[in-house]
Ligand binder design. Structure first.
Ligand code: IVH
Length: 713
């Protein structure tokens, strides 16, 4: 039975706001039942996990203040959702419980204080990663796999045996090295989809013009709960075991009875020994688990993984802390829904739902028209997000997001905020699908999408939108570094007709700014000083500033160093440009095309005439050889963030082409970390802790060339 959508909630107002607690508790129960059903049975959640947790917390708090309102079937006392009718029901002989949550160190401390009343304060805990997948129970009779079931409502789950049998990581028999198998052993754990497999799956979905999956958990759940197991077989699902449920030594015997003697002793001793045994029996057990003593060590484990969660190829949403000793676990017992001997420490949310107010299009310096989402501001992943790129027309279509939708927004670690997709509730009328505008929002010129390209362009070179972006890019820190000339000022100057192209900057005088708002005498003097100083930048910075498509920091530096001055760059043909290390055929053809334009040549000449330096100091020839010198043989160089003009894959490819390795994580063996725009905080912090040198784009170019670190590092 599906839960009916309750009346739209008035929000997550905390209790104590004067509202009738009886009515609010009832409303919360209806909402929680509805969202439970969407998450567990339909695999189509409408709100983020953190928002669901907030509803449960509010209800729990009302029930604590008004114990008379607590009812036995309250969602605070039950688990999951009733199983669907798609699969045969399976009754769990040992109920599959849920976990209580802690959202802060204080809440973990309160849990440990409660335990200390019943078990020794110095007891051992096992800290495990909380895998964000779906709970599965696997039954083995006489060592052979016979049945798999979902958790369902904890008492009855769904029979997904045929689907689970397609998951390669799940053994069909227990390995003989663990000795004679128990008559019945039920192994519980989490089925998940690795992040890389999720990304591949979504790439394939996009190519086939199919709907994209929202996140790895959802795609794991959707892949497993397929009527046709051959579809499950095509999805790269995996499994981590974390618990033993039913356990019988001989038929009719049970754990905790006299038959214990006939069971493998590890399974009746502790969680940590159980995990070791499961590993030996052939189950994947997560290697990051750790036995610790005292809350300080628990907190250190939680903090470490909160920082490093994105270094893993699977998603985790917290840490599960368990009392290690099974006898102590039995003494502590359970409530109706969760054991007292374990708790889930939940990380701050990285996904939140919010309203997609509108979809607008911005014009970049190359004329590229990029759609972006205007969002009702939402605090997620540590900052408030109100805008998020939607990349291109195909992405908007694949995600099928429309103005007015409630959408899921994700900001994970160092990744830029992303609209994952709409959350669609039954019966909600949506606006029509968004269509890409046909005309540039800035200049009104036509927007053109070339066949076989995913990007759309404003082709009007006089477009003020492009002009502003081109000039702001020229003045930006990675190019000519003109302090005080940001996008807003450029927009003002372009709007007043005072600035048409970058060469105009060098004819500015104090009179230029007369009557303009926001330019006091001192700031004019500073700006003119900064423009003047930019004349001395090396050629590589000028090349970056010209904004030639595909030519970023690394390529500009390589060209400037190899060719030495602007005349050599302008005079080179495609072949000789492409032969320069760090420059491929794509950049070479783009450079030739750019200097082939009279307008671009004339701007370059006017810059030269204005006294802008067009030479690279200390340049010498480095180009020419097809086989790259193995400057990084045996070295490991990690790349984080984006380097202009170079995708992550290209940067890693450049490292490998020189004999090096480029792993995803920083360790003491890392030779250097290359830090681009929006780098991963955890990688940078780790490098700093380990004393691994950090390099910018310039340092990276020199590392590729020489294999050495810039002086001073
Ligand atoms: S132990 C009595 N260990 O988290 C419940 N659960 O929010 C025993 N989960 O239902 C569960 N990683 O699906 C345990 N290392 C781990 C886990 C884990 C993920 C899931 C599991 C559970 C849910 C509770």
């Amino acid at each position: 039975m599906s839960a009916k959508k309750p009346v739209k909630p008035e929000g997550d107002e905390p209790v104590g706001d004067g509202r009738d607690p009886v009515a609010r508790a009832e409303e919360l129960r209806a909402l929680i039942a509805y969202h439970n059903d969407r998450y567990h049975r339909l695999d189509a959640p409408e709100i983020a996990d953190a928002e669901f947790d907030a509803l449960v917390r509010e209800l729990r708090s009302i029930e604590a203040d008004h114990p008379d309102l607590a009812v036995p079937d309250s969602p605070t006392a039950t688990v999951g959702a009733a199983p669907s009718t798609l699969f045969a029901p399976v009754v769990h002989r040992v109920p599959m419980m849920s976990l209580d949550n802690a959202f802060s160190g204080e809440e973990l401390q309160a849990w440990a204080d409660r335990l200390a009343k019943q078990i020794p304060a110095d007891t051992a805990f096992v800290c495990e990663l909380k895998i964000d997948g779906l709970a599965i129970s696997l039954t083995y009779v006489d060592g052979g796999f016979v049945q798999a079931a979902t958790r369902g409502d904890g008492r009855t789950g769904e029979d997904v045996t045929a689907n689970v049998a397609t998951i390669g990581a799940i053994p069909s028999r227990l390995r003989p090295e663990v000795g004679p198998p128990p008559a019945v052993i039920e192994v519980r754990g989490e089925v998940y989809m690795p992040v890389s497999a999720f990304e591949d799956l979504n790439r394939r979905q996009a190519e086939a013009h199919e709907r994209l999956f929202v996140n790895p958990r959802n795609s794991a759940a959707g892949s497993l709960r397929q009527k046709d197991p051959s579809i499950t077989a095509t999805r790269a699902l995996s499994f981590w075991a974390y618990q033993v449920g039913e356990l019988t030594a001989t038929r009719g015997g049970r754990r905790g009875s006299d038959d214990d003697a006939a069971l493998p002793p590890e399974l009746t001793t502790s969680q940590s020994k159980t995990m070791d045994w499961l590993g030996r029996a052939g189950f994947p057990v997560n290697p990051e688990r750790q036995v610790v003593h005292g809350l300080e060590e628990v907190l250190a484990f939680c903090r470490r993984w909160e920082e490093s969660r994105h270094d893993l190829d699977y998603e985790i949403d917290g840490v599960v802390v368990k009392v290690d000793d099974l006898a102590q676990q039995r003494r502590l017992g359970s409530t109706s829904r969760a054991p007292r001997w374990a708790i889930a420490y939940k990380f701050p949310p990285e996904e939140r739902s919010t309203e997609l107010v509108d979809i607008e299009v911005s014009i970049g310096r190359t004329g590229k028209a990029t759609p972006f989402a205007v969002l009702q501001p939402v605090f997620v992943g540590g900052s408030t997000v109100s805008l998020a790129t939607l990349h291109n027309e195909d992405q908007v279509r694949a995600k099928d997001v429309r103005p007015g939708d409630t959408v899921m927004v994700r900001k994970a670690g160092d990744v830029i905020p992303e609209v994952v997709g709409p959350v669609l509730s039954d019966g909600h009328r949506r606006r029509p699908a968004w269509t890409f505008p046909t005309h540039c929002p800035v200049c009104g010129g036509p927007l053109v999408r070339l066949p076989d390209e995913s990007d759309t362009f404003c082709t009007n070179l006089d477009c003020a939108g492009q002009r502003v972006q081109r000039i702001a890019h020229f003045a930006s820190r990675s190019a000519m570094d003109i302090e005080g000339l940001g996008e807003q000022r450029v927009q003002l100057l372009v709007g007043h007709g005072l600035l048409v192209d970058v060469a105009d900057l060098y004819s500015f005088t104090p009179a230029t700014f007369e009557g303009l708002e926001g330019f006091a005498e001192l700031s004019i003097a500073n700006l003119l000083g900064a423009i003047g100083a930019s004349r001395d930048r090396p050629l590589s910075r000028v090349l970056i500033g010209l904004g030639i498509r595909h030519l970023g920091q690394v390529g500009s530096l390589a060209l400037a160093r190899a060719l030495g001055d602007i005349d050599a760059v302008m005079g080179a043909d495609e072949e000789s440009l492409a032969a320069v290390e760090g420059v491929g055929p794509v950049i070479a053809s783009s450079v030739v095309r750019w200097f082939g334009s009279d307008v671009n040549r004339s701007v370059t000449e006017r810059l030269r005439a204005a006294g802008v330096n067009m030479v690279e100091p200390g340049a010498g020839s480095t180009g020419g050889s097809a086989v790259r010198a193995q400057t990084l043989a045996g070295r490991s160089v990690v790349v984080t963030g984006t380097l202009e003009g170079l995708t992550r894959e290209e940067a890693e490819g450049a490292i490998m082409a020189r004999g090096g390795k480029s792993p995803g994580t920083v360790s003491k063996k890392t030779f250097a970390v290359v830090v681009g725009e929006s780098p991963g905080a955890s990688k940078v912090t780790k490098a700093e802790q380990l004393g691994v040198p950090l390099l910018d784009a310039e340092g990276f170019a020199s590392l590729l060339e020489t294999g050495g670190l810039p002086a001073g590092d």
